[in-house]
Design a binder for this molecule. Structure first.
Ligand code: HEM
Length: 252
C-alpha cells in the first residue's frame, strides 16, 4: 500500500489540508472585517484579489479546491476504516467521553460544504435567484445600490494607468444588501457556528495527526482550538449581525 493510501498518509493529508483551509478561513475573515471601515477598503481589497498577476487567483482557487476534496476524501475513508476496525460496543463506550464537536465532525463538515456551495453561488458566481448582484444590488427595503462603483478615498477618485476613473465591483454594497435579508443572515450565522464547532475540535486533532500533540500539551491545544473556533465565529457572525441591525451603512 502506498504511503498516501495508508491510514497514516490519510491522517497527514487530512491534517495538512485542514491546516491550509483553517488559515484560509482566518485570512478570509480578516479581509471581510474591512466592511466595518470605509467602503474603499473592502472594494479595493476585492479589486486587488480579482486582479492578482499571473493568474494567481485561479492557482489559489484550484489549490483550495484540491484541499477541500482531499480533506473530505481522507475524512470519509478514515471514518469507514475506523468503523470496520472497531467493534460496536467499543465505539459506544468511546463516544460517551467524546465532545459533541468531535462526534459530529463528518456531519458539520458536510453541512459546511453545503454552506460553502451556497456562499460561492451567492457572492462569487452571484446566481442565487433574487440576489444576482449583476446590475443594481437590491436590499430588503428596496434600496438599490450600483453593482459597480468608482474607487474613492477621502473624496479623491482613484484612476487607472490611462488616467480613467477606476470602476470596481461594489463588494461593500453587496454585503450590505445581502445581509439586509434576515433569513439569509441567519443562514450565514448558523453556517459559521458549525464552522466554529468544526474548528474547535479539528485544529486540536490536526496537531495529534501530525504527531505534535503529547499528553502534556493536549489541554493547551484543545483550548487553543476552541479559541480559534470562537474567534472565527465572532469575526464572521459580527458581519451579518451588524448589517442586520443597521450598524454598518452603505455609502450610496
Ligand atoms: C459572514 C461570513 C462571510 C462573508 C461576509 C463572506 C464574504 C465573501 C465575499 C464578499 C466573497 C466574494 C468576493 C469577491 O468576489 O469579491 C466571498 C468569497 C468566498 N468565500 Fe466568503 N464570506 C463569508 C464566510 C465564508 C466562509 C465561512 C468560508 C469558508 C468556509 C468562505 C469561503 C469563501 C470562498 C472559498 C470564496 C471564493 C473566493 C474566490 O475564489 O473568489 N466564506 N466571501
Amino acid at each position: 500500500m502506498s504511503l498516501l493510501a495508508s491510514s497514516l498518509g490519510k491522517k497527514y493529508i487530512m491534517a495538512l489540508s485542514g491546516l491550509v483551509l483553517s488559515l484560509f478561513v482566518l485570512g478570509h475573515m480578516v479581509g471581510n472585517l474591512q466592511v466595518f471601515g470605509d467602503p474603499y477598503l473592502i472594494n479595493a481589497y476585492g479589486y486587488k484579489l480579482q486582479h492578482l498577476p499571473y493568474g494567481l487567483l485561479w492557482v489559489v482557487r484550484l489549490f483550495l479546491l484540491l484541499c477541500v476534496v482531499a480533506h473530505i476524501w481522507a475524512a470519509i475513508t478514515l471514518k469507514m476504516e475506523n468503523k470496520k476496525a472497531r467493534p460496536e460496543d467499543y465505539q459506544t463506550k468511546a463516544t460517551v467521553q467524546a465532545s459533541l464537536a468531535s462526534r459530529t465532525m463528518i456531519m458539520s463538515g458536510l453541512i459546511i460544504l453545503c454552506f460553502l456551495i451556497f456562499h460561492l453561488l451567492h457572492y462569487t458566481v452571484r446566481s442565487v435567484p433574487g440576489h444576482e448582484y449583476n446590475h443594481a444590488i437590491v436590499a430588503s427595503d428596496g434600496t438599490e445600490y450600483p453593482a459597480e462603483v468608482p474607487l474613492v478615498l477621502n473624496g479623491k477618485t482613484k484612476v487607472d494607468a490611462y488616467g480613467k476613473p477606476l470602476i470596481v465591483h461594489n463588494v461593500h454594497g453587496m454585503m450590505i444588501a445581502g445581509f439586509s435579508y434576515p433569513l439569509l443572515s441567519l443562514f450565514y450565522i448558523i453556517g459559521t457556528y458549525l464552522l466554529c464547532m468544526h474548528l474547535s475540535h479539528g485544529v486540536s486533532s490536526m496537531f495529534q495527526s501530525l504527531g505534535l500533540r503529547n499528553e502534556g500539551w493536549r489541554y493547551r491545544l484543545d483550548a487553543l482550538a476552541k479559541v480559534y473556533g470562537w474567534i472565527t465565529f465572532i469575526g464572521y457572525a459580527s458581519i451579518p449581525l451588524s448589517i442586520w441591525f443597521g450598524l454598518v451603512q452603505a455609502s450610496s
